[in-house]
Ligand binder design. Structure first.
Ligand code: FES
Length: 166
């Protein structure tokens, strides 16, 4: 399990990041370059509570992507599974964005890495999948430990198991 150390290239300020995502996506939709679904699929989420390093979210009612800027978490529901990802790109910690191509996955502007909604690496300069935060189900909530995550290259089994199956 890894601990987060924001030495060197730290993520950009999350408020700036969220503003950029929403403005960029809105511009694409307005220009007819992105499906409306791409706009509806990403939204901010506020944690229900936080106790020490554990943050609690309602399990999303449908597939989509939610960004928690305060806790630097990306929460994804996709095909009957829920994942929590670290916001930072695993290459050099740039904040990830929703893929403007409308894939439902993620995109890193620094070196143009792309990832699937499940966090799997597709292309670009990164060398591993997005880092998955430790997640567990508690009733209708997803509980995420924002200080513990798995890296797919060094902890592949734990990375694969870091999911809630609905
Ligand atoms: S920082 Fe994301 S690909 Fe390099």
């Amino acid at each position: 399990m890894s601990s987060h150390d924001c030495a060197g290239d730290c993520p950009i300020a999350r408020r700036v990041f969220l503003k950029d995502v929403s403005l960029f996506t809105a511009a694409l939709v307005a220009a007819g370059l992105a499906p409306r679904g791409a706009m509806a699929a990403a939204s901010p989420i506020r944690a229900l509570s936080r106790e020490a390093t554990e943050v609690r979210y309602p399990i999303p009612p449908k597939d989509g992507v939610q960004f928690d800027d305060k806790n630097e978490v990306i929460l994804v529901r996709n095909a009957g599974k829920v994942y929590a990802f670290a916001l930072s790109c695993p290459h050099q910690s740039t904040a990830l964005k929703l893929d403007p191509a409308g894939t439902g996955g993620f995109y890193c502007t620094k070196h143009e890495s792309r990832y699937r909604p499940t966090g799997e690496f597709i292309s670009g300069r990164a060398t591993r999948n997005m880092d998955r935060l430790v997640i567990r189900r508690d009733g209708n909530n997803a509980v995420v430990d924002v200080d513990k995550w798995y890296e797919s290259d060094s902890e592949p089994a734990q990375w694969a198991a870091a999911v809630i199956t609905l």
